[in-house]
Ligand binder design. Structure first.
Ligand code: T46
Length: 192
């Protein structure tokens, strides 16, 4: 039975699919549409994305796509581990600018549902980490947006790569210079 666990921001949901181990290894129904529908979550997933990050302390995000090409995301880790974060950027939301962080890993076999209206970012906390995630909207470079991952105003409790792993974070140039939340006029609105 797939478990759905709500966190401090109820729209961000941790998902734990069943995993059956035996002497050969394991089997898992990692995505089952009916389980989501039974939980009241009916999202039409249209694309799978996969990224590999060699270095521990790799940061990808905070990213989102603006309407009309917003993306819900269902994130899971095939190998390694990440600290996965969703930030509420819906204008008028009681949790605007607040965040949820969950450790996702191949060992924990958990997933995170990041809805449209949330910026998404992860930091790898193991080397050679492979992330696979479903999205509910097509990629559109013209609709991509980003917010600085370590914006002091967000206060995300990231692991410190220098302290924990002795490395500087690894980022794309785009992410190095992403705007702060205060300089961002969100096109997302909270719909109650
Ligand atoms: C996102 C995406 C990217 N690309 C191409 C564009 C670039 O040539 C290359 C790398 O793209 P980018 O540097 O944006 O990849 P990430 O930094 O991993 O971006 C992702 O990071 C965080 C985790 C997110 O939540 C988003 O899914 C996504 O923005 O893949 C595609 O062809 N299709 C896509 O859907």
């Amino acid at each position: 039975m797939t478990e759905f666990i709500r966190h401090a921001i109820p729209e961000v949901i941790e998902v734990r699919p069943p995993k059956y181990g035996d002497h050969r290894g394991f089997f898992s129904e990692v995505f089952k549409r009916s389980a989501f529908e039974d939980a009241g979550i009916d999202i039409d997933w249209i694309q799978d994305n996969q990224s590999f990050s060699a270095a521990v302390g790799t940061v990808r995000g905070l990213h989102f796509q603006v309407p009309p090409v917003g993306q819900d995301k269902l994130v899971r880790v095939l190998r390694g581990a990440i600290y996965d974060v969703a930030v509420d950027i819906r204008k008028g939301s009681p949790t605007y600018g607040k965040w949820v962080g969950v450790e996702l890993s191949a060992e924990k076999w958990n997933q995170l549902l990041v809805p449209i209206g949330f910026a998404h970012c992860f930091m790898t906390i193991e080397p050679d980490t492979e992330v696979l995630y479903k999205v509910s909207g097509p990629y559109s470079k013209e609709h991509e947006g980003a917010i600085r991952w370590n914006d002091p105003a967000l206060g995300i409790d990231w692991p410190d790569p220098k302290e924990k792993f002795g490395v500087e974070p690894t980022l794309s140039n785009k992410d190095e210079v992403a705007p702060f939340l205060a300089d961002f006029d969100s096109p997302f609105t909270f719909e109650g």
